[in-house]
Design a protein around this ligand. Structure first.
Ligand code: ATP
Ligand code: MG
Length: 359
């Protein structure tokens, strides 16, 4: 197995450094198609940060969150070591030996106090604000939450995620206390955020897309791909880092790629074909709307010629395809496209076969 080094992302890294150089005032949404390298970029950046920054990185992926209790356990890193009520001293002690933390540190006694409260959010936010106020006296704090959409639909007297956004607006735009990055590959979540009045003018959007051709060629060049091999890889994987990395382990690359495409085509076929057998509904603007096979195919047909297109508005049929991780919507640029080059090829194979069947 080859060890793969972090590659490029100079433009995105610079953009984030520019944000970090200025006073915190907006929430930054880092978004992009599935497996484009968002988490890798953020982790690489955290690892390279100068001493003056204090990063706190929380990844909600794979965490089972059904209520506030679970959320608190993920959000905080409970410090069993020393019980204290002095948040100032506690923050100073944290900074003395700052590792990359997977949660906001909290002394166990304060955590238990929040945990026991009926209205947990008030005390939770109060602690975080105090903690970041203390940290910001000495360092520039950075709060990064990866996969925030995990709590996107969670309701506990109102949407938790909106309470959190309100609080983030306070920490950034009002108090300028800490940089906040929300990372997500759920484009419907980003789309909802994008059209949310409460967040309008309070966020910025940073797209981390698959590599472009030049970056892909340079990446593969590092691992001795010939020009021909690079073109084959690009034809099937585009600049999807995870796909390119996978290829590095196979001697018979083209065979592997065809197999990958066959599998993906089967998956997409299944997700679309199912619409012919059952009536599927998607949640759209609060209503359950039925999607039909024909309408979904109409949307896919646009990709028989184009790799992407500019949409006017997201429809229920698009929502189905996005939910199924077949299409990716970029709301900041109003672009709809397949999640990957492989998905585009699979869609085209399905369309082509459909065309023949219709004759
Ligand atoms: N800049 C890079 N250099 C080298 N490899 C990379 C890079 N970015 C991503 N990768 C490879 O692609 C894989 C997937 O990347 P990553 O998990 O960061 O994507 P993601 O966008 O966070 O995915 P998801 O949409 O699931 O959240 C990584 O495990 C790594 O192997
Ligand atoms: Mg990720």
């Amino acid at each position: 197995m080859k060890r793969i080094e972090f590659h490029d992302r100079e433009k995105e890294t610079k953009e984030i450094h520019d944000i970090l150089d200025s006073e915190p005032s907006l929430i930054t949404f880092v978004y992009g198609p599935i497996n484009s390298g968002k988490t890798t970029l953020i982790n690489n950046l955290i690892g390279q940060l100068p001493e003056e920054y204090a990063p706190f990185y929380i990844n909600l992926r794979g965490r089972f969150i059904t209520g506030y209790e679970d959320f608190l356990n993920v959000l905080f890193e409970i410090d069993e070591g020393g019980a204290t009520d002095n948040i100032g001293e506690y923050a100073t002690s944290i900074l003395k030996d700052l590792k990359i933390l997977s949660g906001i540190p909290i002394p166990i006694n304060l955590f238990e106090q929040i945990f026991e409260k009926k209205d947990k959010s008030k005390d939770m936010f109060r602690y975080i604000e105090r903690f970041f106020t203390e940290i910001s006296e000495k360092r520039i704090p950075l709060l990064i939450i990866d996969e925030l959409q995990v709590i996107g639909d969670m309701k506990i007297d109102g949407h938790l995620v909106y309470k959190l956004f309100n609080f983030f607006v306070r920490l950034t735009k009002e108090l300028h206390l800490t940089h906040i990055f929300v990372v997500t590959s759920d484009s419907l979540f980003v789309e909802r955020v994008y059209s949310e009045a409460m967040l309008s003018g309070r966020c910025r959007y940073l797209l981390v897309d698959d590599f472009d051709h030049g970056t892909t060629a340079a990446f593969l060049g590092k691992y001795d791909f010939t020009d021909d091999e690079t073109e084959v890889a690009w034809e099937y994987c585009g600049g999807k880092p995870v796909c390119l990395v996978e290829l590095m382990n196979y001697e018979y690359m083209e065979e592997k790629l065809r197999e990958m495409l066959r599998i993906r085509r089967g998956q997409i076929d299944q997700r679309i074909g199912v619409l012919q057998d059952v009536h599927k509904k998607v949640l759209f603007e609060g209503d359950k709307i039925e999607v039909t096979y024909d309408n979904v195919m109409e949307i896919l047909k646009r990709f028989s010629e184009d790799e992407r297109y500019e949409y006017v508005r997201i429809t229920p049929d698009m929502t189905y395809l996005i939910k199924e991780n077949i299409l990716f919507a970029d709301p900041a640029n109003s672009i709809l496209k397949p999640q990957s080059r492989m998905d585009l090829l699979a869609i085209r194979e399905i369309l082509h076969r459909g065309g023949i069947e219709h004759i």
